[in-house]
Design a protein around this ligand. Structure first.
Ligand code: PGA
Length: 255
């Protein structure tokens, strides 16, 4: 299979520039000799450029937490894919459930953002996931399937293979409740089967699908050992060096 595990830290609206800078200096020295795993940090917009400057050449990637789909123009408050590249980003989180919940992010907007990111050479980390009510009503696969299909709509098989999907059950985000290894594996295997149906075997074999939602050093190894779980999108535990590095070590024990 040969999919490299990918651990990304979603800092959300935390850390000032000085805090971000000192964090990534420490992270860089904890992760010398990084191999067998890809790592990214996703700070707030304000800290992207200084963080990228420090991490240049370290093998640790930098991502943003959102992006707009136009390259430039009269769109007050928005940031374009080109600007993210300019700031040193190589990836971007798109369609996080907090954006879907608080900022009106629809599947259609997610799709436009995914396309714009790919067109600019940024790797989209496209988030999908069901709420607790949806899980209890037995419609997890329907919800996640629709989000996945709509988010990837119009991509070529080659482009789709370059997207990273983050399966994040909304009820597991920031709550301390993790999906069981088996539940996460089941939904992620379902997503991979769907990608297979939509884009073919080659794309399904290559596309990386992360799990996200209360990932910690203590539960990371079990999740990552599952055959279809290719990494983690980590919120709270990515804000402290010890816990973030602990999760990265679970993905690549040699570090
Ligand atoms: P959490 O957040 O790890 O704090 O649950 C995950 C996320 O929102 O990406």
């Amino acid at each position: 299979m040969g999919r490299t595990p990918f651990i990304a830290g979603n800092w959300k609206m935390f850390k000032t520039i000085p805090e971000a800078v000192s964090f990534v200096r420490a992270l860089k020295s904890s992760l010398t000799g990084l191999s067998g795993v890809e790592v990214a940090v996703c700070p707030p917009f304000t800290a992207l450029a200084p963080v990228a400057e420090i991490l240049r050449g370290s093998g640790i990637a930098v991502g943003a937490q959102d992006v707009f789909w136009e390259e430039r123009g009269a769109y007050t408050g928005e940031v374009s894919p080109l600007m993210l590249k300019d700031a040193g980003c190589s990836c971007v989180i798109i369609g996080h459930s907090e954006r879907r919940q608080f900022f009106g992010e629809s599947d259609e907007k997610v799709n436009r953002k995914v396309k714009a990111a790919l067109a600019c050479g940024l790797t989209p980390i496209m988030c999908v996931g069901e709420t607790l009510v949806q899980r209890e009503n037995g419609i997890t696969e329907k919800v996640v399937g629709e989000q996945t299909e709509a988010g990837l709509s119009g991509l070529s098989p080659e482009q789709a293979a370059g997207v990273v999907i983050a399966y994040e059950p909304v009820w597991a985000i920031g709550t301390g409740k993790t999906a069981s290894d088996e539940d996460a594996q089941q939904v992620i295997a379902f997503i991979r089967r769907l990608v297979n149906d939509l884009y073919g075997f080659g794309t399904a074999e290559r596309i990386r699908i992360q799990y996200g939602g209360s990932v910690k050093p203590g539960n990371a190894a079990g999740l990552l050992a599952r055959p279809d779980i290719d990494g983690a999108l980590v919120g709270g535990a990515s804000l402290e060096i010890e816990s973030f590095v602990g999760i990265i070590r679970a993905a690549a024990p040699g570090i």
